[in-house]
Design a binder for this molecule. Sequence first.
Ligand code: ATP
Ligand code: MG
Length: 868
Amino acid sequence: MNNSAQQIRQQFLDFFKSKGHQIVPSAPIVVKNDPTLMFTNAGMNQFKELFLGEATIKYPRVADTQRCLRVSGKHNDLEEVGIDTYHHTMFEMLGNWSFGDYFKKEAITWSWELLTEVYKLPKDRLYVTVFEGDDSEGLPKDQEAYDFWKAFVDEDRILLGNKKDNFWEMGETGPCGPCSEIHFDSRSDEERARVNGAALVNADDPLVIEIWNNVFMQFNRLKDGSLKTLPAQHVDTGMGFERLVRVIQQKTSNYDTDVFQPMIQFIAENAGIKYGEAEKTDIAMRVMADHIRAIAFAIADGQLPSNNKAGYVIRRILRRAVRYAYQTLGFKAPFLNQLVPILAQQFNGVFDELYAQKDFVQKVVLEEENSFLRTLENGISRFEKMEEISGEKAFELYDTFGFPIDLTELMAREKGLTVDMQGFEAELQKQKARSRAATAIDTQDWVIVNEGDETEFVGYDELESQAQILKYRKVTAKGKEQYQLVLDRTPFYAESGGQVGDKGLLIGEGEEVAVIDTKKENGLFIHFVAELPKKLEANFVARVNPLQRTSTENNHSATHLLHAALKMVLGEHVNQKGSLVNDEVLRFDFSHFSKLTDEEIKEVEGIVNEKVRANIPLKEERNVAYQQALDSGVTALFGEKYGDFVRVITFDDAFSKELCGGTHVKATGQIGYFKIVAESAVAAGVRRIEAITGAKAEAYIRQQDELLKHLKEILKNPQDLSKSVEALVEENSRLKKEVEKAVSEKASGLKDELKAKATAINGVNVIAEKVALPNAEAIKNLAFQLKDVVNNLVLVLAADIEGKPSLTVMISENIVKDRGFNAGNMVRELAKEIQGGGGGQPFYATAGGKNVAGLDAALAKAKTLVEA
Ligand code: ATP
Ligand code: MG
């Protein structure tokens, strides 16, 4: 195809390269370090700091293709996906940016040039929109943009739009500005002659769709809703790649392009249903082909499906797809996961993360499918038992069995039932309110103390520095107030890359404030304090707690050694999936499919400790060009966003070389000793190792040593501990057998003795005696044996078992039937004498109690009960 999706993407990048733009890689789809956003929802996300003036501009012109996800928060298209033909969960956004460089004129000129001259889209099918202004915000019409468009487009195809369509905002707060969209009319000439396309722009017509949005970034939306003018003006554009491919390939559905057809055809073949046969099955195929993209890229970028936050969003999308596959397409066994290899192949060379991890991703999807298919069936059988579907029941299906509410409704209709939707909504709101209350964080706007916006981080070289407060803000979470401080200079490492933030002190004029934690947010170093210093403008000394830092460094460097050792022992498929490093332990999650054997663990420990003893000096290189670092063979992590310049941490060039922003030991000897203390599974295909180092490892070994010593002492310091424990265990089991034998001999002796003591009362043979047997089991055996040899028996045995009274009643079945005797009732009555209680069956029952002295009275009572 001479206009394949691959080529169309490349033409976009080449075009903007020719206009002086730097081509940059996509950021991961999963967002870290930004509490306002779970997933990348637009190309501009990774440049947010540049718009806000919080970071230095390296390239004033940039272009890329960014993988985006719109399934939560301000931009949520999930309900449309698959039903319509142009909204996806995951899509590529092609974008070009100007950071304080060109503005409206160039943006408009170039977008027109690209669409009409490079892609040769027919001009008479294009419409553009311009912001009409908004009085309530005090914003004027965007006359400038209007005038630039006039140079290319007839005025009857330049349309004015309101704030909803023509003022773009990333989220509740953050960069925003007026925008100008480009729409494409793909209707037939006939239809176009009949109805003017202008009337269908932004009117949800599936054939007249927006393809590109040019945003002119001018403001920052603050928490109080007001707009603050940005320090400079920027251009942020976003073009939906799948929509662009569709209009260039002259299709009327994104799913008819070569982006989706390979997967759609694979699904259709396996389902034995043709795509295009029926709307219902078409939707199901579209949903599957779409959703697997969101799922696969989220997992490849490090977000595993789970039960909360971003992980739950992924799990829900996955279940939605599985439900369509199961119910509509008849896939009763896991199938979705089989789309992963096709997808990985398709994106190889574009987003390599997926191809590199395709086995892992497929395995995770398969496990998720398996587990949902289990609840899906259970849910269906639970549903079949329901006679009416209250809100609570619908919610149970949703919450416990993972049923989307629309599935419940559909199944209800089939059964001639309706769902109490209001009741369901109420339950859902209750749950939402619960989770909101648990996570609600109220963040105030920043208050400026000193000029400046960037923090100089000196913590790689120093643990103490002079500092001034630049700004602070108050945050309230779960009713607890805290303050966040930004300093002009700081030695405090901010939590990232799994390493916890530093703790320490901020020492001012005559006061000291404890820094409880340090975190990074959009590149800012944020110091958490419980109370603000009194003199905010003072000169401070910022001092990191050195002990905590050193122990943390031991664990971080050990993590690098562990990572390298795991690759050596298990293979190159080992990739980091998560890491936590603090001053107590290190926890390392990695892709691997089976439990580590004791041998493997020993081998890994051995390699790491050998590297510790070799006392390898740290090689730390700052500001290495990213590509150069990759070429030198560093381990880069999937799902991490790296800048153009990176820091490389090496312990022995041939062993461990990682991209890392963390703090490390000066030489590995400082780690002292490395000990793995746990190995477990965390998710499908992901193992976890927990380990300790330094003083912690020493304490652990000492503890083990003391335990051993103690054991030896108990055994009177034998020459060979293992042998004497084995002998002990053997002796113990031999003695046990002997005791059992003795007891059973004694019991059979007792049997004859008791049999002789049977007295006939009222036509039954009563035996009521105290026996000296050591446990309940032996008494029970005796009772059953007596029942076999004495007819018409009422047997009551009393015993003192290690100071506790016990009563057993056994009655022949014919006596139970003919005379209405009941062992359970009798034992309860007798138990009163020993201050206890019990029960059982009509022919056999037991009781325990507190008063051993009452046993004789109980036996006497037994006789009177039979006499009565
Ligand atoms: P629409 O109104 O069609 O939902 P939008 O106004 O939400 O689009 P923008 O936020 O301006 O879109 O995003 C820029 C471009 O990204 C759009 O012009 C469109 O081509 C594309 N786009 C937006 N949402 C999606 C989606 N869910 N799936 C595919 N492409 C999308
Ligand atoms: Mg939208």
